[in-house]
Design a protein around this ligand. Sequence first.
Ligand code: B3K
Ligand code: ZN
Length: 862
Amino acid sequence: MDGQISPLAPTPTLLADYQPYPFDLSRTQLRFALAPTATRVIARLHLTPHGQIADLVLDGEGLKLQRIEIDGVAVTGYHLTDTVLTIPAERLPRAAFVLETEVEIAPASNTALEGLYMSNGMYCTQCEAEGFRKITFYPDRPDVMSRFDVRIEGREPVLLSNGNPVASGKDDDGRGWAEWSDPWPKPAYLFALVAGDLRHISDSFTTSEGRDVALNIYVRPGDEGRCGFAMEALIRSMEWDERVWGRAYDLDIFNIVAVDDFNMGAMENKGLNIFNSKLVLASPETATDLDYERIEAVIGHEYFHNWTGNRITCRDWFQLCLKEGLTVYRDQTFTADVRKGAVKRIDDVMTLRARQFREDQGPLSHAVRPDSYIEINNFYTATIYEKGAEIIGMLRSVIGEEAWAKGTALYFDRHDGQACTIEDWLAVFAEVSNRDLSQFKRWYTDAGTPEVSVRETWEDGRFTLTFTQSTAPTPNQPDKPARVIPIRVALFDPSAKMLGTEQVLEMDQPEQSFCFDGLAERPHPSILRGFSAPVMLRLDPTVDHRAFLFAHDTDPFNRWEAGRDLALAALAALSNGAPLAAASDYLSALGDFLADPLPAPAFRALCLQLPSDDEIAKLLCTQGDLPDPDAIEGARNTLSAAIASRHETALVALYDAAEIAGTYSPDAEPTGKRALRRAILAHLTHIDKGVRAQQAFANAQNMTDQIGALGLLIAHGIGAQASAAFYEQWKGERLVMDKWFSVELAYAPKDQAVARAEELAGHPLFDWKNPNQFRALLGGLAANHAAFHRADGAGYRFYGDWLLTLDPKNPQTAARMSTAFQTWSQFDDRRRAQAQMVFAKLLGTPSLSRDLGEMVERLAKG
Ligand code: B3K
Ligand code: ZN
């Protein structure tokens, strides 16, 4: 009954209903006898009632109960449903007791990839958020923390669980066993077990506290040669967390395991992180620069959870951002520190806008701390992760560096070993900074992206910036009172000299003015530097500093933003049918930028990359225009071609200068050069008949260059040969094949993409039950804006039918992939009607899962 919708509407879980668990669970002993179709799990739970008399309620789903005893005596009179086991209070001892259950589960038939399941003959687990209840009867909630001792029995050579290894051996019949003990109390969602025929690479790390830690990365046989970079990334993460946050590792061993079938990126199980193999395995020939960067970031992210998530966890799932927002903030600053510097902020803002702003401006908008959910897995969203991280950054700039350092130290001291709330988190900062953070807290409780408008006045040497904030209503939240918005500002004189220093203006009213006196000339303001708050900035339409800032701003983010705004304005005008002259401001500002010898390649690459069709469509909606996906695609191509013809000489010179000889390195500098060449190639391919892209493909020495060129060739309708060659070269590499499926669809001409998707869905190498492959194919199509949003609805229908196919097997991934539909209501009536037909079909399917059901219900509201 995996996640099947009940005939009655599912009841939401409410934050307001939180009650502490009435038992203490000091120790959990688990014994697994592994078998693919009949694994036995014996659980001994050491429970103590908290005083009041309460029923013992345990979660459990899809478990065959074999035995249930309290202190060695069989329990009678318990009540068992599909999801809950209840032992009435009157059948429980009044003092500490041990509940022992024995259940049988079938990991081989677990296609939902939640709980204990199998991937290529290997056993593995995924328990967050509520997967442990598919393993044994248990209080499966994050505020119940317990010490775990685990014994695993199986024929697999590698048997792993959390914590430190205690003992292992082999029985006479050749069956192996291993015992693990985790000294740190943890909630069940951090439990993990892995068993399989695996290979590993090892290293070690000595912590600042003098602990020698063995580090291992386990992979399928044959993949050992591709985990070196992941190991280096782990060591960099451990060093960084000690140096920057004072957090040291706390076990004798840290294991990472790569699995091919995984619903998301990775999971921070205590001492035994489980990763999607695409976020571990890398070689220059098979992984792109972006893959390398993501591997490092995700290895860091999961490792950083050891403190922000594991040592201090969440009281309930409404507090998910407590660990996720903070840990994303930590991984973003880690990447900026060790790899990318200032361009990382631009990447992060692009992601935030593409994913979170999009979510916040559509039917799925929700608060960073929501107060109700039906399926918690549907709330692992960009809002909780990325906007959650933005809030941390704002908090830091609002309270200042000193209070930030004191507050974080106090948080770790005070709450180590606890399951906490957002209130606990904010309280430490309120205390150390002596500030009332109740208005700031609205960032957690109020959904929606604030719009901040700016007006300028200049009079008698006084320059005034007047800001107005407003947030549009979001589902179930009609009123949006003013928030605290930190706005980083600098002023420049006309010769581009900064006047004074940068300041953080703190806005906390619906409208507020800030004055700057004693200025000789009207300044150029640079507002919201570093994107100091996740808001949509609307600048004074009567003054335009964008070309000035694109040429001179010393804040990389705002410099990039100025160029981006000019490009967006041009693209919006072209999409609405304006002639190319509408792009002339942008084209000449870009010329000045290209003539500046100083910018680094990575920054130049970002400035040369045009906004996505999705972003252009959103801008058109904001302006009150109806976006037409075909016109948008046309506008983007027109502008790209115009960039190429107008600036050909400068672009060719930069392209040639960024060529790299020698061996591949994933370091920031060569990565920046490759990104620049790819960005320039995207424009030049419009005017050179694809000659350079063909050369780039033929000469590519690494996956970054190869797949980059392939995408362009396909986009220009000249990729058939290259695509076939790519396929022949890589058909034996599962992770590269994911890239191929994706690129074939993301760049296919819009009128051919759906037919190609249908063809590829029947390809012998396409296994739709593998989440990476499903995501590659469906995600590839959804990334092709004009194809997915085809006016005749063919893109929507293909996509919807595949969600329906996947849903009974893997509701979590089906639900997540449904977010491709979140912008449906911004298009014309014909497209809207097509999307609504898909929703009606999905909602009319009686067996639709709770996961996908909740998503489609919300999406359909538009
Ligand atoms: N905490 C996990 C995500 C679990 C998702 C469950 N549907 C990975 C992470 O954010 O680090
Ligand atoms: Zn996380």
